[in-house]
Design a protein around this ligand. Structure first.
Ligand code: HEM
Length: 145
């Protein structure tokens, strides 16, 4: 009984006794941190996924959705639209001239390559339906080319 008390008050022995326990404590902390990191990653992926599908939109006039963009981003989308209009005009002019090279050149200018470097922040603000429509037009332009 007495020797048992002496054993517990002996600092060296106590440290030796504690060593495996403190490693276990560290492992528990590491585990909690890992679980927290995985949960945080999951939540971020969900939030990003939600924005990627829904975009940054607000309902107007009951049926329509306004896409909320910064003015530079809006300008970029409208610039792309004017590019599509120029391509369409080029394709029609090419048809009129029976010039296949002109048609191919005009269409290629609005193909997938023209949409390749749109920045991810803008992409996340555009709703999925808009991205689908936009991408199908760029694909169609490549097909025409
Ligand atoms: C060949 C196909 C297309 C052509 C020629 C075209 C052309 C245009 C033009 C000329 C504008 C006005 C640009 C300006 O104000 O400077 C415009 C605006 C717009 N386009 Fe397109 N577009 C096409 C396809 C699309 C597609 C596929 C979408 C949707 C995914 C789209 C959505 C819009 C929107 C939201 C606007 C802005 C309307 C506003 O001012 O609120 N367009 N488009």
């Amino acid at each position: 009984m007495h020797s048992s008390v002496t054993f517990l008050t002996d600092t060296a022995a106590l440290a030796a006794y504690d060593a495996p326990h403190s490693t276990q404590g560290l492992n528990m902390k590491t585990n909690k941190f890992a679980i927290f990191a995985v949960v945080l990653w999951g939540v971020s992926a969900l939030v990003f996924g939600w924005f990627f599908v829904k975009g940054n939109t607000t309902a107007i006039e009951g049926q329509r959705d306004a896409i909320v963009l910064q003015s530079a981003e809006r300008e970029l989308v409208l610039l792309e639209m004017r590019g599509l209009l120029i391509s369409t005009q080029g394709i029609l002019a090419g048809l009129d001239n029976k010039d296949m090279a002109q048609i191919a050149q005009a269409a290629r200018a609005s193909g997938m390559a023209s949409a390749a470097d749109v920045n991810p922040a803008l992409m996340s603000k555009l709703p999925m339906s808009f991205k689908d429509l936009g991408m199908s037009v760029h694909h169609a332009m490549d097909e025409i080319a």
